[in-house]
Design a protein around this ligand. Structure first.
Ligand code: ARG
Length: 462
């Protein structure tokens, strides 16, 4: 063991307690930032050279050393050995092993506090587009099912009670609409990461004349973080990433829940492909939607990470605190969970068989009541009056265990003389969706336009 075993050993008379050192070390998980750490150090070495802090020869040696480390570490898990405290200490040790004393000049004017913020920003900038691509993949799968559904009708629900007939395509596109908001929200998180923290030093800035504007350009940032004290503990971009991810999971969970219900025997609107279903070890007839249940279940851990992280942040005094190290496990676990869930759900969705429910089933019960009231309104009756008349019809039909489509023209007229002969053709499930007129409605032409637009969007974002 040398006196340089740890980045800060010079200050201490004794070696660290092994168990406590392990407890506070982050290398086991922050090695995932390796590439970003090296990229940031390459740019920092160049900035130091431009500022005249490093000689051109030293900067070259450091650059070559770092490039070789990057090469050696990419795709080789065995490269990441050693009891280093974190990825920053690891990279610095490897550099010194490779290039000797000159490697000890790299950390001039820089702190791990800003370095870790930089690494995480660079990491999210390259990983969030991959999450977005998986979001678009699920949107594409939903659009595919909407296309396959064609003119299929199903009931739309409110309060999980049958409400009105709807095109099954409209149902799939509803979930796609929520996911497109997620895609935009992840884009906003990327904007938040887009500020260079370097130049902030440990907390008050750096005293070397580093051109941070140039450094920002070099690393692809559009701006430099405004205040060094704020920057050293600013993890708003982490909070936003966790929040955006929690909302993705809430949407996935609700889609999963819909599919669990709608593929069950009691509803039977869709059928899950055998390849993504699971059997029971005991009950031979079972075909279980395990991946959907797991997506719903895993939503808890992502929402929990988001809540846990805000709890970590809320009591921090200003400036860097080690509590902030908790950000990485939250981000990595959430990223893995969201990506896994998106891909599983896309596979289940793409394989759904749509079982064309007949008009009768989609309109079963009292789903056409609103349309009957609308019919009377068209005939000139005030809506509140119409609502009352139809309420009376519903009461009779429920008592007789009948529905609207079984009423004869004479029976209709018995309820109100504004009911004319055409009521029998007009009051059908198909007629109900065709009667909708607004662009966001389940009107078949509106749904076709929405489907076309969604497919174009998905194609452009995959
Ligand atoms: N591993 C640390 C983290 O993730 C890096 C920053 C350490 N800074 C410090 N002053 N101990 O936050």
């Amino acid at each position: 063991m040398t006196d340089e075993q740890h980045l800060w050993s010079g200050r201490f008379a004794s070696a660290p307690d092994a168990a406590v050192f392990r407890f506070q070390a982050s290398f086991a998980f922050d090695r995932r930032l390796f590439e970003d750490d090296v990229e940031g150090s390459l740019a920092w070495a160049e900035a130091l050279a431009r500022a005249g802090v490093l000689s051109a020869a030293d900067a070259d040696a450091i650059r070559e050393g770092l490039s070789a480390i990057l090469e050696a570490g990419r795709g080789d898990p065995a490269f990441f050995e050693g009891a280093d405290e974190d990825v920053h200490a690891f990279v610095e040790r490897k550099l010194i092993e490779r290039v000797g004393d000159v490697g000890r000049r790299l950390h001039t004017g820089r702190s791990r506090n800003e370095q870790v913020s930089l690494d995480l920003r660079l990491y999210l900038r390259r990983r969030l587009p991959l999450v977005q691509r998986d979001v678009a993949g699920l949107v594409d799968a939903l659009a595919g099912r909407a296309a396959a559904a064609g003119a299929t009708l199903m009931p739309a629900y409110t309060h999980l009670r049958r409400a009105q007939p709807v095109l099954a395509a409209h149902f799939f596109l509803a979930h796609a609409a929520a996911l497109r908001r997620d895609h935009a929200r992840i884009g906003a998180v990327m904007d938040e990461t887009d500020a260079l923290p370097l130049g902030s030093g440990a907390v008050t800035g750096t005293s070397y004349p580093v051109d941070v504007e140039e450094l920002a350009r070099r690393l692809g940032f559009s701006r430099v973080a405004a205040n060094s004290l704020d920057t050293s503990s600013d993890r708003d971009f982490v909070s936003s990433m966790l929040h955006a991810s929690a909302l993705v999971m809430v949407h996935l969970s609700r889609l999963a829940e819909d599919l669990i219900i709608f593929t069950g025997d009691e509803f039977g609107f869709f059928e899950i492909a055998d390849s993504v279903a699971t059997g029971s070890s005991l009950m031979p007839q079972k075909k279980n939607p395990d991946p959907l249940e797991l997506v719903r279940g895993k939503t808890g851990r992502v929402v929990g990470r988001a809540a846990g992280w805000l709890t970590t942040m809320k009591g921090l005094p200003s400036g860097y605190n080690k509590d902030l190290q908790e950000d990485k496990e939250a981000v990595f676990e959430v990223e893995d969970t969201v990506v896994g869930s998106l891909q599983a759900l896309a596979a289940v969705t793409a394989g759904l068989e749509i079982r064309p429910a007949d008009d009768e089933a989609a309109a079963g019960g009292m789903l056409l009541a609103t349309d009957v009231a609308d019919y009377l309104v068209h005939q000139g009756l005030p809506f509140r009056r119409a609502h009352e008349v139809v309420g009376g019809i519903v009461r009779d039909l429920v008592a007789a265990d009948r529905n609207f489509t079984s009423l004869t023209p004479a029976e209709w007229r018995g309820y109100h003389d504004l009911f004319e002969a055409d009521v029998v053709q007009r009051i059908t499930a198909r007629g109900a969706v065709e009667a909708r007129t607004t662009p966001q409605s389940t009107n078949p032409e509106a749904v076709q336009a929405a489907l076309d637009e969604t497919r174009r969007w998905a194609a452009a974002h995959r």
